[in-house]
Design a protein around this ligand. Structure first.
Ligand code: ADP
Length: 534
């Protein structure tokens, strides 16, 4: 838009031709938006469930990742369409809030859009559809509330938590070792959980990847792990009841800030200088010894001479510890970061039950474990695996399992998986639809159909006949009034998900329904798309 003046000085506005903009209106806009969003959902559909497939994503710079996690897949896809990007955000908000169910939420939103598309073809106004979906979502969540079961998270040595974590892990790369991984996740979360406030601080759980070994070597360390080793190969590898001096000053003679030259003209002078240097080192080591420290963590390097003296003084030391690790050690062990040797004293030392060096395979790579720290309950899950890709995917899977356990600590309620909860809600929503007299009835019924798409996808991905599997589950739920009947993906011989021990958290399922409905409503309300011509 620009302002111009005619020959009499009267202003007028020139509006740039709108032809240069691409514009979609009305039904065309709805259709195009729905098609874009559905493309994302159909990509994720085959990844849903215990028999879901993985996707290989290759970044522009050639980095390859293989994953089954919905949020990661959509994050790594190169998506241009603005409505498709809404689906990406949908998966990510489920990830941020709940951490699990990121594939399911997108597949469900896709199914809702598919249903909306059919209703638009029938001539229903998108706003009516949106209102109907809203109503149906309320009914579904109310039904979910009814069928949700409260669990005792302490029961049978936290068995229920382990089973819930195992359900989350069953579709992931770690599924073969899911019992072990679930146990690690439960132990990790419970060791940092504040059960009174029903809260878990994930900052205290460090997931450390280390390529090499196999997934079975993944383990939980009750403390922190740093990628360092002792500064001298002959130093002790294990310090019990460690008293740690945490230093940010180097074991080197002080250096003047400005340039100075020392002229050494005789052997005597040289000897004197050498002795002076030795003196510095000795004083430094003495300061450490006097403070009562039995291990040194230093942010800087040591002179070889200092290293040797430390070894002689029986003081194991670690050099070049990164700034963040220094802070972590200080926080966990309750020590103070000391910038000068003279300031070291016993009360500034950090305490831990055990500091030890561990070694991996034949690669000669070492790490330092600081266990049972005095101040914090921080734990580390050391994730091992044959390749970078496996380790990264295992990390994402363990994160999902951690999230499931955290959610159960926050709200100890579960619903059964395998599509059973969706079928139960779908049946109720269908019944309620008959009671609605307006045209919204169609949208409510469509919502019920969309709910069935989750068990459908699970059956499809497991090589079962989806129509048969879902019809069977619906019939059994009705005849046995049992909302736990779902799809037997693993062919265990029972449709009852309680017997199969397939649980999901109530929080996650509720959030899936609500988030998907919100996004679909938003997409349905867009009737005009104005974009610059490419
Ligand atoms: P998400 O990223 O959404 O968590 P998943 O690929 O982990 O997706 O699949 C979760 C779905 O798989 C849930 O609907 C869950 O109920 C179902 N599921 C998980 N394990 C089983 C199982 N053993 N049998 C049947 N369904 C299962």
């Amino acid at each position: 838009m620009s302002l111009a003046f005619d020959e009499y000085g009267r202003p007028f506005i020139i509006i740039r031709e709108q032809d240069s903009k691409k514009r979609l209106k009305g039904v065309d806009a709805y259709k195009s938006n729905i098609a874009a969003a559905k493309t994302i959902a159909s990509t994720l559909r085959s990844s849903l469930g215990p028999k879901g497939m993985d996707k290989m994503m290759i970044s522009p710079d050639g980095e390859v990742s293989v994953t089954n996690d919905g949020a990661t897949i959509v994050e790594k896809m190169d998506i241009q369409h603005p409505v498709a990007k809404l689906m990406v955000e949908l998966s990510q908000s489920q990830d941020n809030e709940i951490g699990d169910g990121t594939t399911g939420v997108v597949v469900f939103a896709g199914a809702l859009l598919e249903q909306a598309n059919k209703l638009i073809d029938k001539g229903l106004h998108p706003l009516k559809i949106a209102d109907g979906f809203d109503k149906a979502c309320e009914i579904a969540v109310a039904r979910l509330d009814e069928i949700a079961e409260e669990i005792d998270i302490q029961e049978n040595n936290h068995e229920r938590l382990i089973e819930a974590a195992m359900t989350a892990l069953s579709s992931k790369v770690v599924s073969k070792n899911k019992r072990k991984m679930a146990q690690i996740a439960v132990d990790a979360v419970l060791s940092v959980a504040d059960l009174e406030r029903r809260d878990v601080n994930f900052d205290l759980i460090k997931l450390q990847e280390k390529t090499g070994g196999s997934l079975e070597d993944t383990r939980l360390i009750q403390g922190i792990l740093i990628e360092k080793d002792m500064s001298h190969p002959q130093m002790v590898k294990e310090v019990k009841d460690a008293k740690t001096a945490i230093l940010t000053c180097p074991f080197e003679p002080p250096k003047p800030k400005t340039k100075h030259n020392i002229n050494i003209s005789s052997a005597e002078d040289y000897k004197k200088l050498y002795q002076q240097e030795q003196q510095y080192f000795r004083e430094m080591v003495d300061d450490c010894k006097k403070s009562g420290a039995n291990i040194i963590m230093c942010q800087w390097g040591f002179d070889d001479e200092a290293n040797h003296l430390l070894l002689q003084a029986d003081l194991p030391a670690v050099r070049w510890v990164s700034g963040t690790d220094i802070e972590l050690i200080a926080v966990a062990t309750g020590g103070r970061i000391v910038p000068r040797f003279e300031e070291l004293s016993n009360d500034k030392l950090g305490e831990a039950k055990l500091v030890r060096e561990i070694q991996f395979g034949t690669s000669n790579e070492r790490m330092l474990v600081i266990e049972d720290c005095k101040q914090s309950k921080a734990v580390t899950i050391l994730i091992r695996g044959g390749s970078n890709m496996i380790v990264s995917e295992a990390r994402r899977s363990i994160h999902d399992a951690n999230c499931v356990i955290r959610n159960l600590i926050k709200c100890p309620k579960i619903v059964y998986g395998g599509g059973s909860a969706e079928i139960a809600c779908s049946l109720t929503v269908n019944q309620e639809a008959d009671k609605i007299s307006s045209v919204e009835q169609y949208a409510v019924r469509a919502f019920a159909d969309a709910l069935e798409d989750i068990p459908n996808a699970l059956a499809d991905n497991s090589g079962l006949n989806p129509i048969e599997a879902v019809a069977n589950a619906k019939a059994l739920q009705n005849s046995q009034t049992n909302p736990r009947i779902g799809v037997d993906c693993q062919l265990e011989g029972t449709f009852d998900m309680r017997e199969q021990k397939v649980y999901e958290t109530y929080l996650s399922k509720k959030q899936q329904f609500q988030l998907a409905t919100q996004v679909v409503k938003m997409i349905l309300k867009i009737d005009d798309v104005i974009a610059p011509e490419q």
